[in-house]
Design a protein around this ligand. Sequence first.
Ligand code: SF4
Length: 493
Amino acid sequence: MRKLTLILPLFKTRAVPRRRVPSGLLSLAAEVQAIKDVRVDVVDAESLGWDAADVVEYLVLSKPDAVGISVCSPTFPSALELMKVIRTEMPEVLIVLGGKYVTHSWQSALNAGANADAMVRGDGESAIAVLAQALAAGANRMEIVSALAELPNVWVPGKKAPTLPHAFNLQTAQPWPLEVLAHNLDLYQGDRMLIEFSRGCPGRCSYCLASRDRQQISFRPVAQVVETIAHFSAKGFSSFFFTDDDFAASPSHLACLLEGIIERGLKIKFDANVRPDSLVRCEKIAPLLKRAGCRCLWLGIESGSPAILETYRKGFETNVCERAVVTALIAADVVRTNWIIGAPLETRETVNASMDFASRLQQLGPHVPHISFMVPYPGTPLCDEALALGLISPSHLAELAESTHGEPVMPSQFLTKNELKELFYEFHQRYFTPESLASLPPAVADEARLVLSSAGLTNKKLPLKYKNGDFRESCIHRIEQHGEDYSSIKTPN
Ligand code: SF4
């Protein structure tokens, strides 16, 4: 029996490992499971907190013929290190690299010294099936590389640029084989379980990687998704997060899923990302969302400035967002709105327009704005625009590919990075006043607290408009209402 191990590398800069079931690798493993004579297992090094040495210790014992490593931007450095150790300790093992980082920055990966036998761009299900079939047929390393080289989206040494494939059609996807995890499901207890219903998005946003290779939308069979949720539910998981690019992309598909969850009697809570215009098309099924257990909808509004929305190619106008917030308030316990600061043409006025719009939306009902900075990911139209305007230089592309949204990584044409950061604080200050926090329903107040803490906003950074003690008092008020421990929140100076 030949063996393939799929690995999610460690996210080194995260102080505490985040424990999220590796949904992408489980989808790949499902395709391998369907092929006889190949065994697959999944090592979630990120959740296990395993560094390269730990992973290789496991591999030396389990002796795989091939490994597949899935890389996103922040995990690329540890994937590089892992490849190096595998090459030293197990030089005969075939290494295939895939994931978001490779999809969009395969050249940067090569330039950085990624020592893989093959790299897969886009959804990896087809490539992993070819690899597994070759393993099952007894192919050696060179023969497997040759088989992979036939696929247009796979790079192998000596081959020119691989293309970006269409997204994998989930209609034919196999159910996740949870038994292939190298550890127990209990590792994920306490976190939201990831679940996939659809892939793809009708949007064409200029900054989004999904808009390039996920333009076709496909759905897993409803019965399969309901069955997977029921399985997790039986193991004690009640909190879920749909990984879909746009959970509301199809009202009819969504209605079937929600009815399936309700009919099965599953007592769950779930979060999901939605486009505002898609959610508006789901207005009629908003009560169904609530009945099925919708805890929080994350609405991608991004800006209150029509001009900036146009540069982002969002494809909707601000008035749609108002209807979407009203729909979300019916559909979910908590409404999050996502905002971006740092478009190439961002000005103080356009950020002000976002702050004003967020406050206007607040009149419709409580929502929690989550503000992040623009990252011009290589391969997106927005990155090309930023390069043309001289806001970033080609030598920064590799570094940008590894950036996250917590800090400004480029100025706009009119604002420095420091000014963008100040506006980020101002947005929080204007929106999260002690009075507004104190008036929020408990579930929404908890979400606001999470947003403030994930933005790194201890009260120290919000001193200007908070009188000494106000913020802490509003938190204490929450403790009284909700019994949570806010003692770590410091009083502002
Ligand atoms: S709506 Fe979201 S997932 Fe869709 S293209 Fe825009 S940013 Fe990407």
